[in-house]
Design a protein around this ligand. Structure first.
Ligand code: FAD
Length: 334
């Protein structure tokens, strides 16, 4: 004899579920929303419950108004204070903690960017919880998937912490639509924590090319290019012909062929463009860790047994010094 459980069981459960609320920490630079940080919003939507976004810095009210149009955000909390412009963890972490406590959030998400990696461990420490890094999949409100050992093993972790502090890999959570939303915009609490660290300066590589982390197309060069001269002779024209950003393997960066900021991989940038075209890269696991989620992977390598061909959708076995200029010319002629 079967009997339905008490009618009150279901409403009780949904009342519990409604308690789940996410704070998605967004990034801004010079008054502009950094779109890749919106991965925290997409991940928050996966969790269910409401998603509140957070922004801090000088002139962020305007950024908050812009972010209010992003689909899936219920509310935006902003704190106007130039002290938070550079994302120094010493004062940004206490700022977040204050607003997390005030809002009673159960999950706090940020992108696994330099900013997120810098801030979130400190937030977790202040809240006496464990941080979950580089999450690529959300299975439920307490179970998360993340790669370890440069993507060689995939870990499924369950957290019993009351507040979950998480960084998410951008390539795992596509950017939400940036139009059509209508979030409420509200001022947050500013504890004005003392900061012992002072921002002195930054020296950023300037480029007219698309940003490597968010480019639709990336061309990447490795040790096979032999020298900086050859890298500079072959890669920029190929990138220009495709409208692509330039990336490099760590071997190419360590050999001085390319700037450090161009490194793709475990200890470099994570990219997942529509097209990742690489030349003279063997496909070491640490390199694959940063690009294997690309939609189409094309590789040029003279060694037909190079591991890159195991992940490549399109492979060309040949001498890059011949094939890259040939391809560049063909693309330019299109
Ligand atoms: P190689 O492995 O030397 O490959 C060169 C390739 O070029 C070869 O396959 C060769 O066949 C081909 N080639 C040579 N000449 C030609 C030609 N004329 N035409 C066509 N093909 C040619 N690596 C990263 O890239 N990113 C990281 O973030 C990263 N992090 C790391 C972290 C740790 C902790 C460790 C231990 C390593 C890390 N590495 C990283 C290094 C990684 O293990 C490899 O050493 C590196 O990726 C190799 O770079 P490569 O493919 O350019 O060079």
């Amino acid at each position: 004899h079967l009997r339905l459980s008490q009618p009150s069981a279901l409403p009780q459960y949904s009342a519990l579920a409604r308690l789940l609320s996410t704070l998605a920490v967004l990034e801004q630079k010079d008054g502009k929303l950094i779109n890749t940080s919106l991965a925290a919003v997409s991940a928050g939507q996966k969790l269910g419950g409401s998603v509140t976004a957070f922004l801090a810095g000088s002139g962020v009210k305007a950024v908050a108004d812009e972010a209010a149009k992003v689909k899936g955000i219920e509310k935006i909390i902003y704190v106007e204070n130039g002290a938070y412009d550079k994302g120094l963890p010493e004062n940004y972490a206490p700022l977040l903690v204050e607003n997390i406590k005030k809002g009673g959030f159960t999950h706090v998400l940020a992108s696994h960017s330099a900013f997120g990696k810098n801030i979130m461990p400190r937030v977790a420490a202040l809240l006496d919880t464990q941080q979950l890094s580089d999450v690529t999949e959300i299975q439920s409100e307490d179970t998360f998937v993340r790669p370890i050992y440069a993507g060689n093993a995939i870990l499924t972790v369950q957290s019993t912490d009351d507040i979950k502090i998480i960084t998410v890999r951008g390539t795992g959570f596509p950017t939400p639509e940036t139009e059509g939303g209508s979030a409420a915009v509200e001022e947050g609490a500013d504890p004005k924590a003392e900061c012992q660290t002072e921002w002195v300066s930054e020296d950023l590589a300037k480029s007219d090319r698309p940003d490597l982390s968010s480019a639709e197309k990336v061309v990447s060069g490795g040790r096979g290019l032999k020298s900086k001269e050859e890298f500079d002779r072959l890669m920029p024209p190929l990138a220009d012909a495709l409208g692509a950003a330039i990336g490099a393997s760590r071997a190419a960066v360590d050999s001085g062929f390319a700037d450090n900021s161009l490194q793709v991989g475990q200890t470099g940038k994570n990219v997942a463009p529509q097209l990742y075209l690489c030349a003279g890269i063997s496909g070491a696991i640490q390199h694959l860790a940063g690009m294997k989620d690309s939609k189409v992977i094309a590789a040029i390598n003279k060694d037909g047994d190079a591991p890159i061909f195991q992940v490549a959708d399109v492979g060309l076995v040949g001498d890059l010094f011949e094939k890259v200029p040939e391809l560049t010319e063909k693309l330019k002629a299109q």
